[in-house]
Design a protein around this ligand. Structure first.
Ligand code: ADP
Length: 351
């Protein structure tokens, strides 16, 4: 079985999405006022919503870009709440045929939000149906084939498409240009994650010290979904081993048990960095080669694993591939100079 690591990761992502629906439903903020952080995109949306409500119009189409778990789906639901409209959700991979999309579009009512997750995965033929729908609020049905082909234009209600993507660069430019508002979500600041962890602990009724929230927040990879997941792991540990209260030592012990270090790196993150250091002498190593060595799908490496390592400066992206930084070597306690100099021959191995 190759790629079982990717399957595990993707399973974890979708399990978490499902868990969000069950007991984490309450953790999902419902209003812009409850949505922590991301001040700039939130302000853009707040203004757009207020203006649209004032003019009694629907919102322009919105594209949200950023790594998984940063709150794109949450924002889409909040926008629907704030606009007092219904939200219909789908995802790029689920829209296999033009007909799938037509069915959803023709059922939309005036002002509805149509949310497409992973919009960069929409098949090309389906994407082409989306253009007239977004621009003219119409879809073209084609009857018969060849010389007998006839098209019938079907009018749609004015709706708002919200697309979420982890890879905005993969979107074709005609699709991208049809969004009136395009916003990037970035990893969260530590103090925002502390607020998220405290808010979630309050909702889940878990007693927690301020320092406990801080220890969880700083291991959360700048990501609210991870913060909520770690909080649940620490809550279990606290209940079984520590009278139910999350203190700093309890959080540290619980997360060490999960293989998460003080920077929030998991075993997989460390394995990636060590592979570059030991198998490729610090790099550059091609992303495909790394994915194969780690038995991961390239997309998982690109979308789920590496963004945080790049952001934190553990990994450096170059045109030839990925390199580890001095910071990564320090973190893993592997001497930096020796590894790199050996590669460039300064220690005499390659004159
Ligand atoms: P994405 O769609 O970007 O993968 P989600 O919207 O599903 O991410 O967010 C994952 C979880 O993180 C949500 O269920 C929610 O509980 C939490 N979350 C995301 N953004 C925020 C935020 N700004 N404030 C509080 N919680 C958040």
């Amino acid at each position: 079985m190759i790629y079982d690591e990717s399957d595990k990761l993707l399973e974890k992502e979708s399990e978490e999405k499902a868990a969000d629906v069950e007991d984490l439903l309450n953790l999902r903020p419902r209003a812009l006022s409850e949505y922590v952080g991301q001040e700039k995109p939130v302000e853009t949306l707040r203004i757009a919503i207020e203006a649209a409500l004032k003019r009694e119009e629907s919102l322009e189409h919105i594209l949200l870009n950023g790594p998984p778990g940063l709150g794109k789906t949450t924002l889409a639901h909040i926008i629907a709440n704030e606009m007092h409209t219904k939200i219909v959700t789908s995802s790029g991979p689920a829209l296999e045929k033009g007909g799938d999309l037509m069915g959803l579009l023709t059922n939309l009512e005036k002002g509805d939000i149509f949310f497409i997750d992973e919009i960069h995965r929409i098949p090309k033929i389906v994407e082409e149906f989306l253009y007239p729908a977004m621009e003219d609020f119409a879809v073209d049905f084609i009857f018969d084939r060849g010389v007998h082909a006839r098209t019938h234009r079907y009018r749609l209600e004015r709706f708002t498409l919200i697309g979420a993507t982890t890879r905005a660069g993969l979107l074709s430019s005609p699709l991208r240009e049809r969004f009136g508002i395009v916003r990037d979500l970035d990893f969260y600041q530590e103090q925002d994650l502390v607020r998220i962890v405290k808010r979630s602990a309050l909702i889940l009724k878990v007693p927690m010290h301020e320092e406990g929230a801080y220890e969880i927040a700083r291991r959360s990879r700048g990501t609210p979904r991870v913060a909520n997941r770690l909080l649940k792991r620490v809550r279990d540990y606290a209940e079984v081993r520590a009278k139910g209260v999350i203190t700093a030592p309890v959080a540290i012990e619980a997360l060490a048990l999960e293989g998460i270090d003080e920077c929030g790196l998991s075993e997989l993150d460390r394995k990636l960095l060590k592979t570059i250091i030991f198998n490729y002498k610090g790099g550059p190593a091609g992303i495909e080669a790394l994915a194969a060595t780690l038995q991961l799908e390239t997309d998982v490496l690109l979308e789920v694993v590496e963004p945080y390592l790049l952001k934190m400066g553990f990994l450096i992206r170059t045109s030839q591939g990925r390199k580890t930084s001095e910071k990564a070597h320090d973190h893993l306690r592997v001497p930096y100079r020796a590894a790199r100099h050996e590669r460039t021959g300064l220690f005499g191995d390659k004159k």
